[in-house]
Design a protein around this ligand. Structure first.
Ligand code: OGA
Ligand code: MN
Length: 292
């Protein structure tokens, strides 16, 4: 069966079938996936429960697999999967049991509940984030994706003009700081703050995107409270339901998102249930305006 791309919500999100991700991708399928991701921002591949190594190989077909977050911070939480290339997005402890709500692994995933683009706080950010569900919970625990192209296009003219030349300062620990997670000074400064224009152009489609997420610590040349309030307003705008797709996970689902034109967030679930996903990220070739 040939690779088949089926749109889910207009030009946002598509389902991809007719390709077996356990095996190396041929060039035609790889190129079709890149084109589909450029067009739809998020791709859902059902029924693809991959081995860790297969997941890394799939990611590597689209660029260098990123290891910076894993090496700089996450390996110090725990490294159950034993690879710098695969992140453990789960509420499971090092022994394989469900980690309680007070466990550091569980607390670390709470930061994912705020709208964000993976790596927006890095000078060299993430292009694709690939999540593969090993187990899923009965209720809650969806991942929501929001379309930054649509969010740009639906801005009112005044706001679009007001932010046209503005630059956001993105900080890795902005949400963890807000959540009062007691990270060390070394962890809080592991990544220099990155500066990005609030309006960017998505290279794959040429479309403008509203580039703002929960990592925005400040907006340059604005008083800190005013800038933070503006960032909050822009995130509320992005998260309006007409821009959003909610993915309710089944074991084996694989979702590939283009962080250059989407944000995402995890939704609440009962921490007594087992939620286990694996993530591979690829490095983007764009660079921020430099450190703040
Ligand atoms: C991530 C993330 C959200 C979720 O893995 O990057 O933000 O639903 N996950 O687990
Ligand atoms: Mn994320």
């Amino acid at each position: 069966m040939p690779i088949t791309i089926t749109p889910v919500q207009g030009d946002f999100v598509a389902r991809v079938t007719g390709v077996d991700l356990h095996r190396p991708l041929d060039t035609a399928d790889r190129d079709a996936i890149v084109r589909a991701c450029d067009a739809y921002g998020v791709l859902v591949f059902p029924g693809q429960l991959l081995e860790k190594e297969e997941l890394v190989a799939f990611g590597a077909a689209f660029g260098e697999v990123d290891t910076t977050l894993q090496k700089k911070l996450l390996n110090h939480v725990q490294n159950r999967l034993g690879l710098d290339t695969v992140t453990d997005i789960s509420n499971i402890d090092a022994e394989g049991n469900v980690a309680g709500p007070e466990h550091w692994q569980t607390i670390t995933t709470v930061g994912n509940r705020f709208w964000h683009s993976d790596g927006s706080y890095k000078h060299t950010p993430i292009r694709y984030s690939i999540l593969n569900a090993v187990t899923a919970v009965e209720r809650g625990g969806a991942t929501q994706y929001a379309d930054l192209r649509a969010a740009h296009d639906s801005l009112d003219d005044d706001t679009r003009a007001w932010i046209a030349d503005k630059v956001g300062v993105f900080w890795s620990h902005n949400t963890r700081d807000w959540l009062k997670i007691p990270d060390s000074e070394a962890e809080r400064s592991a990544f220099a703050k990155a500066r990005w224009p609030l309006i960017r152009t998505h290279p794959g489609s040429g479309r403008k995107v509203l580039w703002c997420d929960s990592k925005v610590f400040a907006i340059e040349n604005m008083p800190l409270p005013e800038g933070r309030a503006l960032a909050h307003e822009l995130i509320e705008h992005i998260g309006q339901r007409e821009h959003v797709y909610s993915h309710h996970w089944q074991p084996g689902d694989l979702v590939m998102a283009d962080n250059r034109c989407t944000v995402h967030r995890g939704r609440r679930f009962d921490h007594a249930e087992r939620r286990e996903m694996r993530r591979v990220e690829t490095t983007d070739d764009s660079c921020s305006l430099g450190p703040a």
